[in-house]
Design a protein around this ligand. Sequence first.
Ligand code: GCW
Length: 718
Amino acid sequence: MRSGSWTRIVAALLLFTGILVRPDGARAEDGYELWQRYRALPAADASALAARAGSVESDEASNPTIAVAVAELRRALPTLTSGAATGQGGAILIGTPASPRIAALRLPLSRAGEEGFLIREADVGGRRTLVIAGNRPVGALYGAFHFLRLAQQGPLPARIDVAEQPRVKLRMLNHWDNLDRTVERGFSGQSIWDWWKLPNATDPRYIDYARANASLGINGTVLNNVNAKPDMMTAEWIAKAAKVADVLRPYGIKVYLSARWSTPVELKQTATADPLDPAVAAWWKAKADEIYRVIPDFGGFLVKANSEGQPGPQDYKRTHADGANMLAAAVKPHGGIVMWRAFVYSEVDPEDRGKQAYSEFKPLDGKFADNVVVQVKNGAIDFQPREPFHPLFGAMPKTPLMIEVQITKEYLGFATHLAYLAPMWSEVLEADTYAKGRGSTVAKVVDGSLEGHELTGMAGVANIGSDRNWSGSIFDQANWYAYGRMAWNPDLAPATIAREWARQTFTPDPAFVEPATAMMMGSRQAVVDYMTPLGLAHLMATGHHYGPGPWVSDLARPEWNPTYYHRADKNGIGFDRTKTGSNAVAQYAPPVARRFADRRTVGDDFLLWFHHVGWDERMASGRTLWEEMVARYDGGVAAVEGMNRQWAALSSMIDTERAEQIASFLVIQKEEAIWWRDASLAYFGSVSGRPLPQGVRPPAHDLDYYKAIRHPYAPGHH
Ligand code: GCW
């Protein structure tokens, strides 16, 4: 047994017998409270907070959004300040200019915009008061959560003067939740939407879901899977969605629905789903009217069309724009929008899958209605551990593009692998498209500033489920958190977000927070190295995407096979996307295309994404490609071993319950990292014919052993 386990067992015994009081007050924790634990602050911080924010006042408590903001502050402050030595001195005043006391302050609320807030201290009726104000109630709510974020992290700054507003308008979660409560690519239990009991019964969890999301500024949620069922559009199911919308409304969260293109035909109410057929347009218009009657602030539709077998306008020889615009017209009178996904690749098109979305969508630039936003995945293939930014970013200047990222880790080890995703998202957001010269980052496309678009958005495929800890693991909560924070401000640094999450989720103690942050920051690169190093992609096993399957080559469609992506043979490996290959590089602006096309400038991270490279060619490190690949796989495993050691050293600083779960998941991750490394090296070694370098540990088993592994019951697969 490792010494870390002994330490924890001894600590648990001491805790049980009351000998040791943990810093958190010895309360067992199961992760349900997420980053909203509101535990007692150290006495000095508690006293200081109580002196400035001991009580909460508002002149607008009849407003439901202000009411939940007040309730949240009143829930948090007493426990945060429970260890305070001094009395409850100062007051918080929260609200909007509708409050006479706030209006009288003449705050510079233009800095808060439509959804933002100001937090500052002011003299209210002769009393020093901490004012949290927004132009609208939702801004005040976000201000309350921001204040609690600060208060939970340690001593408040001596002077508080904060003004923030979101950079992105639609800050969305996409649930891939099915009506039978299974979740596509969900690794944290069932759907949190208990459809069967709705609309008559709701679950208190919906409120906690809303609190957690509102604390990040998330303002929209698509309740059902993009692989949608027609039933969602029936009165019975709309009533269920309406009930969820009622619960989420005070928290500033709008409900949206995924629409299946062929719904009216499948419900036998139209003869066709041709978007240019007036009967089809009339059906959707009536359907939108029906939805808005029960969900007056309904957000609109999300559509996956003509992709992976889903129906769409192309079935009628119409374009994506024809389809999107027809639906957009239906919701337009109500202020709704359509999010039309660009994740398309055809079942018959032999073109490089990585090129197809651009080929289909780029010619449609300027053809979409003004309440349509095209939703583009971060990369051109599919949520791989690392992909270059999608070439559509910067290529459709006349069309608002929102970015879609995947919070649930379909391709990064499900819920058990620790992989903090903010560095991956920020790598893409910071990437320069050169669409309008240097500095045309993806973030500027997404926040609309590059082309002056008003309709802007980010979508995150949720990792939320019915598990007590919501996300399947404690560290996966950080991905939900980071997504929300980055949707509010795409420029926030991943390490900053990791620190603030760790302080609230565990403890503000820097002795814990700093090493935990370092561990998180390195974790995604570890996954890249033990799964798909050097720009490789899509090497996962078939269907469920759990574990390695780089040898798979017998699936019906070429682009379903890992061999399609790595193209390894005895001479080399990698997908040539330069002029001599698929020329996907040409979809990028010339400076980017040149950098990716040149072996000397592409860099190791995307080398095999864009180039087919000989096994014996020299890398920047001086190693041959084969040696480098071996070193990367070994490095990935070593990094996970390092995380296990690091966690053993840190875990005694937090509660046993969460510490134990994290430790056990890290053991799973280590075993699976070794599995990935061994299986991949066994396979690529057999293809390349190259021996392992001296001193390198051979795979534990032969290739046939790894090929024979089956996992028919892996979660999240449909
Ligand atoms: O990542 C892939 C998944 C599918 C998913 C699809 C999509 C919802 O394997 O499960 O379907 O992408 O994004 O539409």
